[in-house]
Write a protein that binds this ligand. Sequence first.
Ligand code: NAD
Length: 488
Amino acid sequence: MSPPPRTVVPDRHSMIIAGRAVPAWSGEWLTTYDPSTGEPLAEVPRGAAADVDAAVTSAHQAYRAPEWSRRKPHERARALARLGRLLLDDVDQLAMLETLDSGKPISQGKRDVELAARYFEYYAGICDKIEGSHLPLDAEHMAVTTKEPYGVVGVIVPWNAPLNQAARAAAPALTVGNAVVLKPAEETPLTAVRLGKLALEAGLPPGILNVVTGLGEEAGQALVEHPLVRRISFTGSVETGRLVAKTAADRIVPVGLELGGKSANIIFPDADMDAVAASVLRTMTHNAGQICSAATRLLVHADALDDVLDRIATALAKVTVGPGMRDPMLGPLISQTQLDRVLGYIDIGTQEGAATVTGGSRYTDDDLVRGYFVQPTVFTDVSPNMRIANEEIFGPVVCVLPFTTDDEALEIANGTDYGLAAGVYTRDIGRALALSRRLEAGQVFINEYQAGGVETPFGGYKHSGWGREKGLAAIDHYSQLKTTIIRL
Ligand code: NAD
C-alpha cells in the first residue's frame, strides 16, 4: 500500500483564552493520538479549573463590554459570516486536522468543515431578525417580549464530529449575543483550537469565543460548575449528560443535552431497496458508525428480509478500509477504549444468541492492526430484549430485527430508552406519516435517512436528550425571553 500523503501538524496547539494562545496554568500537556496508527499526533494544554476560570471571566467581561454588547446585530452577523468564510478558506487544513485527530476519512472531514461553515452562514443571516412580539392588553398598557442572551454559555462536545458540533452550538449562541467557552473532547481538540483562532481573525472580540482543552472531569466539570456560566450545551453520552444535568440543577442553570441513540429504521417490502442498501452502507461506514443518530436497528418486514440481507452483503463487500488520509469508505474507531467497547458488544451479541452474517472482529491486516479498525458487522437473529438491541454500541454494528405488522414495528422501534431519530422506508406515504406520528424520536426520516441539514431542528426524546439544536429552534434555546409591560 502506498504511504498516506505528507501532512504537517504542529507538535503543540495552545488553547485560546481572552484572545491569546496560551498553555495551561499548570504547564501540563495532554497527548492526542492518530486513531489510524495509534501513534501520538500532537499535544494540547491540560486545562483545569484555573484555566476555565480565566476563560469564563474573560468571556463574562467581553460579553459586557460595549464592543460586543453594543455591537449592532448586522455587525455581529458580518463577523459570524466572515468566520464561516474563513472556515471554508481553511477547509484543507481543518479537514486534515480533523481526519488525523478523529480517524474519519478525509472526504468526511471536509464535509464536516463545510457543515461547520454552514452553521455560521445560516445563523449570521438570523442575527438581525431575532424579533419579539407585542401583546394586546388594554388602552392604558402595552407589553412587548424580547429575546435576550444569557451571558456566558459553556459548550462541551464529544469526539465524533468535533468541529461540526462545536459550530452547531457556538454559532446560535453567538448569534443571540452570548459569549462562549468551548471545551472540546480530550481525544479531538485540534480543530476547536483552530476555530478559536479563526474567530479572532473574523473580528469576534477577544474573550467572546474561548477554547479550553482538557479532561472532562477537570476542565469539563469546572466549566459546568463555574458560577458565571449561565447556560450549558452538552453533547455526549447519557452517563456524563446525567452528571452535567445534576450539577446544572444544583446551580439552577438551564442545560441542553444532546445524548446517545439506538435509532430504528423501518423497512417495508415496497421500499426502494437500492436506497435502503445505500442507507445501511452509510450507517455502517460513515464515521465508522460513530454517529449518535445512526440507524443501528434495522427493522425489516419479514417478506423483505432475504432481499435486504442480500443487498447489504453486496454493498458491504465493496467497502474500502484504511487510514483516514487515504480516504477509504471506512476509517478506524476513535481509540483503544472504543475498540474494546465495540468488540465487547460483538461478543455480548454472540453470547446472547445473535448471529453475525458479516464482520464480527477487528481487521488484522499488517497495515491496519496498529489502528482501531473494526469490520462492519451485521447481526441477525436479534430479539428486542437483547442488550445489543438496546444499548448504544457506537461503531459499525447493525442489528436486524424482523417484524410483520406496523404495530409490532412501532413497539420494537419505541422499545428502548433512547429516542433520537427514526426512519421509515415505504412508497406508501400515508403509512409512513402514520408511523412518524407514533414514533418516539426527535427526527423522523422518510425514504432518506439523515436527510436535512443545519436548518432542521435536531434533538432527542427520552434519554436522548433535552432541547433542540439546529434551525430556528436553537435561537430559543440560547436566548431567554423578557416581557416588558408599560403603562401608557
Ligand atoms: P462523553 O460523555 O464521554 O464526553 C463528552 C464530553 O464531555 C467530552 O468533551 C468530555 O471531556 C466531557 N466530559 C466528560 N466528563 C465530564 C464531566 N464530568 N463534566 C463535564 N464534562 C465532561 O461522550 P463521548 O464518549 O465523547 O461521545 C460519545 C457519545 O456522544 C455517544 O453517546 C453519542 O451518541 C453522543 N453524541 C450525541 C450527539 C447528539 O447530537 N445527540 C452527537 C454526537 C455524539
